[in-house]
Design a protein around this ligand. Structure first.
Ligand code: NAP
Length: 261
């Protein structure tokens, strides 16, 4: 995730000398410098000393330890912290920092790796408008970004765009398999499945019509699409998607409780 952000920022004109990354592993640091031409450090506190914006991109499980170690470097400063860790709530970060710092929580997703991410942001009360604009611009460098009205909605976003790429992969896998079962070669089934998904997503993005309307436009009465959609409806696809996303949301809430301890 951090590599995609670094790449996105550089592609969007941020000068390499303004970026600094840390990693405990020497080989990783060397790889980052080679890939992006930016400086790296082993020590987080040293890196944070001169930074205005600190992106916390470690695994949620190590966030408590990493954030606590930054508390003294952040104290009394106007630094902004951006956490991209799934499930780590703002109040946990504030508690670990022992400080009323500006903190922004972001839920990104993996297509950020190819600058096609979809992220949601939520800021605590200490973040200024300028800091919020900076955080939004950073996320826009790797895709689209929206602001949430309440932090609780992060669990819904996690169930939608956070986990969402896997749902689409699964659905595409099923379409690809069905097409090969019906005689297409693996190569053709894969290509047509992926291009169809991409084309449908692009159409939906560019069209003023809502998704139901677009679906109706490609469903002629008595035609082939109608047969397939009737089958999905008989199998209660909508209920199943609702159930699946509710399960993801519940797990996100559960993980937040565990991670906040
Ligand atoms: N991947 C996703 O789809 C996705 C989506 C939404 C949110 N996120 C969030 O993004 C964060 C990063 O996920 P990821 O998939 O990019 O994980 P990752 O590949 O494991 O990246 C974490 C990086 O943090 C480094 N690290 C570990 N301890 C550190 C420390 N004390 N100081 C500085 N760096 C340290 C790791 O270095 P080593 O490899 O050397 O240990 C690794 O390079 C997670 O919190 C995750 O919840 C990810």
């Amino acid at each position: 995730m951090s590599r995609s952000l670094i790449g996105g920022l550089i592609n969007n004109g941020v000068k390499t000398e303004r970026l600094l990354a840390t990693d405990p592993d020497a080989q990783q640091r060397q790889n980052i410098t080679q890939q992006f031409g930016i400086n790296t450090l082993e020590n987080n506190e040293e890196a944070v000393a001169n930074a205005d914006v600190i992106v916390l991109a470690v695994k949620p499980q190590v966030m408590h330890q990493v954030v606590s170690s930054l508390a003294s470097a952040v104290k009394g400063s106007s630094k902004m912290l951006i956490s991209i860790a799934a499930g780590v709530r703002l109040h946990s970060l504030a508690e670990w920092l022992e400080e009323s710092a500006a903190v922004i929580r972001v839920m990104p997703n993996t297509p950020a790796l190819i600058q096609a991410g979809a992220a949601a942001l939520f800021a605590n009360e200490h973040a200024t408008e300028t800091q919020k604009n900076t955080a939004e611009a950073m996320m826009r460098s790797v895709g689209t970004a929206i602001w949430l009205d309440t932090e609780d909605l992060m669990d819904t976003v996690t169930a939608l765009s956070g986990s969402g790429p896997a749902y689409f992969f699964y659905f595409m896998e099923a379409m690809e398999k069905a097409a090969t079962d019906m005689g297409l070669s693996n190569e053709h089934a894969r290509l047509l499945t992926i291009e169809t998904a991409l084309g449908a997503a692009k159409m939906a993005l560019l069209s003023a019509s809502d998704l139901a309307e677009l679906r109706k436009q490609v469903t002629s009465p008595g035609g082939t699409t109608e047969q397939a959609l009737n089958t999905f409806q008989q199998g209660k696809l909508e209920d199943l998607v609702h159930k699946a996303m509710s399960a993801a949301k519940e797990r996100s809430i559960e993980l937040s409780k565990i991670l906040g301890e």
